[in-house]
Ligand binder design. Structure first.
Ligand code: AKB
Length: 342
């Protein structure tokens, strides 16, 4: 039985009839995976969601089944989905932008090889598939403000190249094999529950953690570097809402622009100062991550997502700041940039 009527019953964009889902999540112990797996289990039932990752154990995967799966091993991935009786694969395992730039070969193998394996499993087993794209799928020549849903995509990073290729591969599997593939171009995602790992937008998470820990932060992105961001609860709801959306309303699939705010480091610092007035922001620019950020849009146009499946974001910058600071205060804090880039 579905436990949470919010997603399915009250939403005009969602299909009327909904079946019991059996879901396999890859990369379930990553930043999106932890929050999304917990939320999916809250909706569809604990046993309906098989969490998988290349490392870790049941203890880390909240309550519910867990299996070690290396997405580079196509047979293992397919077997996990088959054994679970999956009808849906949420494929999250991937390297983020900064790590991908330092290990481009591995990034290609994992981000594209892993996705191909997930798509093949979906094709063979008749599963639906979600995988995230990113603002990194854009690059030189893309309008930076009001970045349209359909526009030039010429990224110059290996991460961005893997994201555009992933969008095209997902479209290919939809058109050629009828696999129900859907995706979101995520902006920087901010969560208090799990640390990000190796991204460029991660400075925002670091800033909140450092604000609570030490009252100061040195940003590796410079002033005026505007990027799209979204709070994790909104990202998680977006995935579920898109996956439950009526397919006949979707003109696009892979992948939809989504965003909740366009902010630079100073905007986040100002928001933090409403709660921590002495918070100090300094800059120590990392040329590699600054160059990555400079190639990305400032502010996406998410109107296609709003029109086709009712995308909405509940949290603005101050709402997110209040929730982040409340949740981070009084709990063990994870590390800053240095830890994140390992
Ligand atoms: C990153 O910074 O690499 C990610 C992303 C925007 O895809 N957060």
């Amino acid at each position: 039985m579905l436990k949470d009527p919010y997603v399915v019953l009250k939403d005009p964009y969602v299909r009327r009839e909904i079946n019991m889902r059996r879901i396999l999540v890859t990369g379930a112990l990553g930043q999106i995976g932890r929050d999304l797996t917990a939320r999916l289990r809250g909706i569809y039932g604990h046993d309906a969601v098989l969490a998988s990752d290349i490392r870790g154990d049941h203890g880390e995967a909240s309550s519910g089944p867990f299996r070690l799966v290396d997405v580079a091993d196509g047979d293992a991935l397919c077997e996990a989905a088959k054994d679970h009786g999956a009808d849906t694969i949420i494929h999250l395992a991937a390297l983020l932008s900064a790590t991908a730039e330092s290990k481009p070969m591995l990034a290609w193998q994992l981000n594209i090889g892993g996705l191909l394996n997930a798509l093949e499993a979906a094709r063979v087993l008749g599963c639906r598939l979600f995988t995230p794209s990113s603002i990194a799928a854009f690059g030189a020549g893309t309008p930076k403000k009001g970045t349209p849903q359909d526009t030039l995509q010429r990224p110059s990073t290996m991460y961005g190249i893997s994201k555009v290729s992933g969008e095209l591969l997902c479209d290919y599997y939809f058109h050629k094999y009828g696999v129900d593939t859907r995706g979101l171009r995520f902006p920087g995602l901010i969560s208090h529950a799990a640390p990000p790992g190796g991204g460029t937008t991660d400075y925002a998470v670091d800033m909140y953690v450092s604000a609570v820990k030490s009252g100061q932060y040195r940003s590796y992105l410079g002033p005026g570097t505007f990027l799209d961001m979204m709070y994790m609860p909104d990202a998680v709801e977006s995935v579920i809402r898109l996956m439950e959306a009526d397919a006949t309303r979707l003109k696009h699939r892979n992948a939809f622009n989504v965003t909740a705010m366009s902010v630079d480091p100073e905007a986040i610092a100002s928001s933090i100062r409403r709660r921590i007035p002495d918070f100090r922001l300094e800059y120590d620019i990392d040329p590699v991550r600054q160059a990555i950020a400079d190639g990305w849009p400032d502010a996406l146009d998410a109107s296609a997502a709003r029109e086709e499946w009712g995308f909405r974001a509940k949290y603005d910058l101050d709402g997110m700041t209040d929730d982040m600071l409340s949740n981070l205060s009084g709990k063990p804090l994870y590390g800053g940039n240095e830890a994140i880039l390992q």
